[in-house]
Design a binder for this molecule. Structure first.
Ligand code: AMP
Ligand code: MG
Length: 473
């Protein structure tokens, strides 16, 4: 197993050497074998003492040099000049047998110089939510940081009540955030900023190096990957909740799962973060916020990309996100080949769902039925829409059978709803991880009906729709 520390070697200005604070009496509650396989870690390794020590912050593997990193960021629109890994450590980068590099981070690893008023700890509740979301998003095909493992300790951590301490091992090719660039830019650390840019170009955007302006080419790739990520969020009904620029990945990965939520009823202005009083990060604001955040990154790169070169990218972002979103929604409707009229068909469908307060996922999945059997329930508008949809299906190149199969491949049977995570959390807090394993299993193959997983396909009970999730970790 070979560990290297390319980031901290190249950017010592951003790194603070820091040892983790281990969990007390750790227990490895769950492992994502899919994530482990990316690292070349097999089941035997993950069940062994080395993995137990590693995932609980008790043991470092040779070559690891843990650091916490400093970054800045625009939080809810205002600039915070100094943030950073307040409860996470970058342990090092694993070089796999295939020659890939994966950064491993320990989250919940104790105090760092960037902990501010926090305690550097993570609680079981928030760690379960991050573990499940990371793996569910990956299974939906949405770019995300991954979760290798979740460990639980016997220590208690004070939040609104005392909660169990836990740790997550998070992994990504890189955890570099827009906020890392902003930190160096606003600090006027010109040389380190240049080094950070060169580091990204060399390791993550090497195909940009031959471009006339490699930094512009890199920014364009960030535009494209962010637009794709957010188009998928919108199609899957995912609400991030804290789209601050310090929570935006340079690789277009979904990162920092806090008060996120998947839609239940289709409410386009749904706010999943209880602390987001003005709805800045409401579901339907996400595409616009993504662009605003990219513009903050462009500002930090403005010594390399003049504004007249950056500006055409804003239109590119909007076009890219629309194109992806249309394609994704077309697939969910079981249709091929976007036609101009589909804009209206889709718009009417979503308005209908909003008006009826219908469950987003179940309504989409209900279309996976023969046209004659589609629910002709409630309103006239619904009936009218189904008529239009049937007409549109006649022009579709697919047979009815194929249309139904296509919808089932694109509309998940299992969605990580807040209430499902909540039920699992309550059991896990009693030391019972069986439901956590079962929910993780269902979410890792969300499009396939699985034996014994019916309870995870149910829409939420009323109490489950109004769970309040805030930033508190
Ligand atoms: P987040 O909302 O999770 O992106 O966190 C915002 C900032 O607060 C980041 O700089 C975190 O590192 C820091 N933070 C959040 N929770 C804690 C904690 N329990 N201890 C220390 N720092 C924290
Ligand atoms: Mg964060």
């Amino acid at each position: 197993m070979e560990f290297v520390n390319r980031f901290s070697t190249a950017l010592p200005e951003l790194c603070h050497q820091q040892q983790p604070t281990p969990l007390q009496d750790p227990e490895l509650a769950i492992v994502s074998q899919d994530a482990a396989a990316l690292l070349g870690f097999d089941k035997t390794f993950m069940a062994g003492p080395e993995a137990l020590g590693l995932t609980a912050g008790k043991l470092l593997i040779e070559g690891m040099q843990p650091v916490s990193t400093v970054y800045a960021g625009h939080q809810f629109g205002g600039y915070s000049p100094q943030l950073g890994d307040g409860r996470a450590l970058l342990l090092g980068e694993l070089k796999t047998a295939q020659g890939d590099y994966w950064e491993l981070q320990l989250k919940g690893s104790g105090l760092t110089p960037f902990s501010r008023q926090g305690d550097g700890k993570a609680v079981l509740r928030s760690t379960i939510r991050e573990f499940l979301a990371s793996e569910a998003m990956a299974a939906l095909g949405i770019a995300t940081t991954r979760a290798l493992s979740l460990s639980v300790g016997s220590g208690l951590v004070q939040r609104e009540r005392f909660e169990k301490e836990a740790m997550l091992v998070r992994m990504a090719p890189s955890h570099i955030r827009f906020g890392h660039f902003e930190y160096l830019y606003y600090q006027q650390q010109t040389q380190p900023l240049k080094r950070l840019i060169d580091f990204c170009l060399e390791h993550y955007f090497s195909d940009c190096l031959t471009h006339q302006n490699p930094v512009l080419a890199m920014l364009q790739q960030v535009v494209d990957s962010t637009a794709l990520m957010i188009a998928k969020w919108q199609a899957e009904g995912f609400c991030h909740g804290v789209m601050n620029t310090d929570n935006m990945s340079i690789l277009g990965l979904t990162i920092d799962y806090g008060p996120y939520g998947f839609l239940d009823d289709y409410n386009p202005s749904h706010i999943c973060n209880h602390s987001d009083h003005y709805g800045r990060y409401a579901f339907n604001q996400q595409p616009g916020v993504g662009l605003w955040n990219i513009q903050r990154l462009a500002q930090a790169l403005s010594d390399y990309v003049p504004s007249n070169q950056a500006e055409p990218l804003w239109m590119r972002y909007q076009q890219t996100i629309n194109q992806h979103y249309q394609g994704l929604m077309l697939s969910k409707l079981g249709l091929t080949q976007w036609q101009d009229e589909d804009e209206a068909l889709l718009g009417q469908w979503l308005s209908l769902l909003a008006e009826q307060k219908a469950d987003y996922h179940q309504s989409m999945r209900a279309l996976a039925a023969p046209l004659a059997q589609l629910p002709e329930t409630f309103s006239v508008a619904w009936h009218t829409w189904l008529g239009r949809y049937s007409e549109r299906c006649q022009q579709n190149e697919r047979s009815q059978q194929h249309r139904i199969a296509a919808i089932k491949q694109h509309v998940p049977e299992y969605v990580l709803r807040n209430y499902l995570a909540q039920q699992v959390i309550e059991k896990a807090e009693q030391g019972d991880y069986a439901e956590l394993h079962a929910l993780h299993q269902a979410m890792s193959q969300p499009f396939t009906q699985q034996h014994g997983a019916q309870r995870f396909a149910a829409p939420p009970p009323d109490w489950g729709k109004c769970l309040e999730i805030s930033c508190s970790s």
